[in-house]
Design a protein around this ligand. Sequence first.
Ligand SMILES: Nc1ncnc2c1ncn2[C@@H]1O[C@H](COP(=O)(O)OP(=O)(O)OP(=O)(O)O)[C@@H](O)[C@H]1O
Ligand SMILES: [Mg+2]
Length: 492
Amino acid sequence: MTLKVRLAGLTTLLIASTMALVLSVVFVRQRTSLLEQIQRERTAALEKLARISQATLDAKEERILLSYLGAWMKSDQVLDMALWDLKGRVQIHSRFLQGDYSSAGDAVADGFIQEANRSTHIVWRTTESGGRRRLQGAVPVLSGGTRFGSAVVDYDADALDRELEAALREVIGGLVVIGGGVLAVALLAAWIFAGNLTRPIEDLSRAAREIGGGKFDTTVEVRRRDELGQLGKELNRMAAQLRELEEMRDRFLQAVSHNMRSPLAAVTSAAYHARQLDAQLPPSVEEDLRVIEAGIRELTRFVSNLLDLERLRAGRMQFNFREANVVDLLDESRRLLERVAQEKGLRLVFEQGGDRLLAVCDANAIGEVVANLVFNSLKFTPSGGTVALGARADGAHVRVSVRDTGPGIPEDQLPNLFGRFRQFGGSQSRKGGSGLGLSLCKEFVEAHGGNIWAESAPGQGTAFHFTLPVAGPGPAKENATVSTADRRTAKA
Ligand SMILES: Nc1ncnc2c1ncn2[C@@H]1O[C@H](COP(=O)(O)OP(=O)(O)OP(=O)(O)O)[C@@H](O)[C@H]1O
Ligand SMILES: [Mg+2]
């Protein structure tokens, strides 16, 4: 789970639980005030009943109360209403409205009526009879200034509960709508808040990754003044220092390679002349000469790699793209490198897939790529092994491969192989070199519009493959001379 999701989740949870608490308090308050309001309304209704009963008694006009009861009885919450005198006899009953006078003149020994008649204020009780829950309310009734009795109302308690539940459902519905709205807004706000907090972290980690991968011109935009902004500044400072170091390194290497060129040319020529001598050389001198030649080869490749990389970096590399037969190119490389292979007790073979495989390339650059790959294989493969060169058509490309029966490369190191100055294995397994060869191969192949990659596993040998486009790296590249600076502007 990402930090952003976690932050947003936590913020939402916080807001949601606070809201749940607030809404519960609101609900309890609403419920209490609803109950109080219902109680007030019922009390007011009973007081009105008492006044109308009194008016009825004073005017000796039963019809006043009966018509009032008629209106009340329309409610399905009211079961019965009656006016009782102090002796507990029913005077007026809602059943009279249906012409049922059976209870007229009844004196009941109902404890509640007796209690109501003794009381000077409204009394309530709940009962259950005949499977029905009732709420009874009684109010004192006066007539001619003296106590006459009590008016009693029987409510259907279940109907009252249903009404209360309906009212509460309405309250809950309202709260759910409010809660849902607030939650949606909270979720959005939490997501934005989390994004604001994690975006700079993501930017920083992206920049750190890029700088770690060697892109020292990476900078992070510093907009904040907090710790994250400080970290961004530090990262920019670090990248600037690395840039400076890289420039210093490049300048130093440039100086080294330029200063080595002339002495190297002189030694090469001296070694060449020594080889041309007709005289039979003593074995020890012959061995010394071989060592000198091997040294010259190493140094020449090193200096040439350095100069090429420098030219590439400065955009001064000139490529001469022409259609060429890759089979011929590889055969030429094999011929040049065969003696080195023999000296090391290795077999260098060319697995030829056909006579002609045309690709548009710079023959010198591709010769260098192949030489670097074969030199690596020759360097790392123990004597008795085999290094195989091969080429085949691969869609719109020609694919060149260099395979060896050497120690192989661990899989986790394959993605880093092509960086500058990358060398792998412990100091014992290193065999000289400077870690520039593969980075140059990559630059050259990519300048052709091709791809380079390695396949390997420890103990299983290594295979390097690169592709060259049949149609060249761009439109009308045949017979074209393209400098890396041109390529850069073309890309932009
Ligand atoms: N065929 C191979 N078998 C095993 N390891 C290899 C092979 N080719 C390359 N490597 C590993 O990749 C590293 C980088 O190779 P690269 O050619 O860039 O540098 P180098 O050979 O060490 O030095 P340079 O080529 O500059 O003389 C090597 O040091 C080695 O660890
Ligand atoms: Mg190498």
